[in-house]
Write a protein that binds this ligand. Structure first.
Ligand SMILES: C[S@@+](CC[C@H](N)C(=O)[O-])C[C@H]1O[C@@H](n2cnc3c(N)ncnc32)[C@H](O)[C@@H]1O
Length: 266
């Protein structure tokens, strides 16, 4: 599909989504758990104070002209493979301040202690996750050595002792992480934007879910195939609640509740 066709499709989807999705206030959501999630995580009614240092670092690095070779990973990117500045990498691939704060509040609300991230890049989202709780352990996987080095420097700069970066391909890194983590409280899938690997990583991670686990998928509308993969995940028998936030998809594994799917404006 050309970039223009993709843009037109996504605009149509967006308008349709806005017209049909529930408000983030939680009104009209017939699920106590999703209502609570909307209030605490989407609306921040619990007044969780997100960390300032991550945004301070972003603002400092966003003008950086350090040149990074194109990442060999993340097949599915529509962007041209050429060197980019650190600033451009942050602008294009790091989680936005809004979604970073979302991850922080989600981890805090869920009291997530055992967190996994696929796709560190230069470390912005990992720092949001790790800030949610000093007792939480964040394992984050990155295949590109330059991005991994920059991320490690940032973790050291802010003295994040609760982040471990696994350098290497997801194929090996995920096995290593799953052997290390007793359970997965929260997983952020933010690397490969292709359907087949996304579904494979999802299934691998299912081995370590419990009732309180939450999985978040970024860029579920990146492409038609990513959206199809999201729908397979949302319909999977182990998933009880799925929430489509347009760019992000969130799934829960609570037992004893009706399987439900929600679309919420965020
Ligand atoms: C969108 S960026 C991650 C952004 C980061 N989560 C954040 O918000 O700050 C995706 C990263 O995943 C890495 N990646 C993609 N596919 C990978 C794979 N198969 N193995 C290892 N790393 C991969 C890329 O190199 C890239 O740095």
């Amino acid at each position: 599909m050309t970039d223009i066709a993709h843009l037109l499709n996504i605009t149509k989807d967006y308008i349709l989504f806005k017209c049909t999705a529930k408000p983030r206030s939680g009104h009209g959501v017939h699920s106590p758990m999703v209502y609570e999630f909307s209030r605490a995580v989407l609306c921040n009614k619990n007044n969780y104070e997100q960390p300032n240092e991550v945004e301070w670092l972003r603002n400092w690095q966003i003008d950086s002209s350090i040149s990074l070779a194109p990442s060999d990973y993340g097949a599915g990117s529509r962007m041209m493979k050429r060197s980019e500045t650190l600033g451009a990498v942050i602008r294009k691939s790091s989680v936005s301040p809004k979604n970073g704060a979302f991850l922080y509040r989600l981890a805090k609300w869920n009291n997530s202690k055992s967190i996994l991230e696929l796709g560190t890049s230069v470390g912005i989202s990992a720092m949001y996750l790790a800030s949610s709780n000093p007792d939480a352990m964040v394992l984050t996987i990155e295949g590109d050595w330059q991005r991994a080095e920059l991320a490690k420097n940032s973790f050291d700069l802010f003295n994040f002792k609760n982040i471990e970066l696994i350098e290497g391909d997801f194929e090996q890194g995920l096995n290593k992480a799953l052997n290390q983590l007793p359970v997965l409280d929260l997983v952020f899938f933010d690397g490969n934007h292709k359907a087949e690997p996304t579904l494979r990583y999802f299934k691998q991670c299912l081995k370590k879910v419990n009732e309180n686990s939450i999985f978040v998928f970024d860029d579920i509308r990146w492409s038609r195939e990513m959206f199809k993969a999201w729908n397979v995940i949302a319909k999977h028998s182990s998933v009880s609640i799925s929430i489509d936030l347009f760019h992000l998809g969130v799934v829960f594994f609570r037992k004893g509740i009706f399987k439900q799917h929600f679309k919420i404006n965020f």
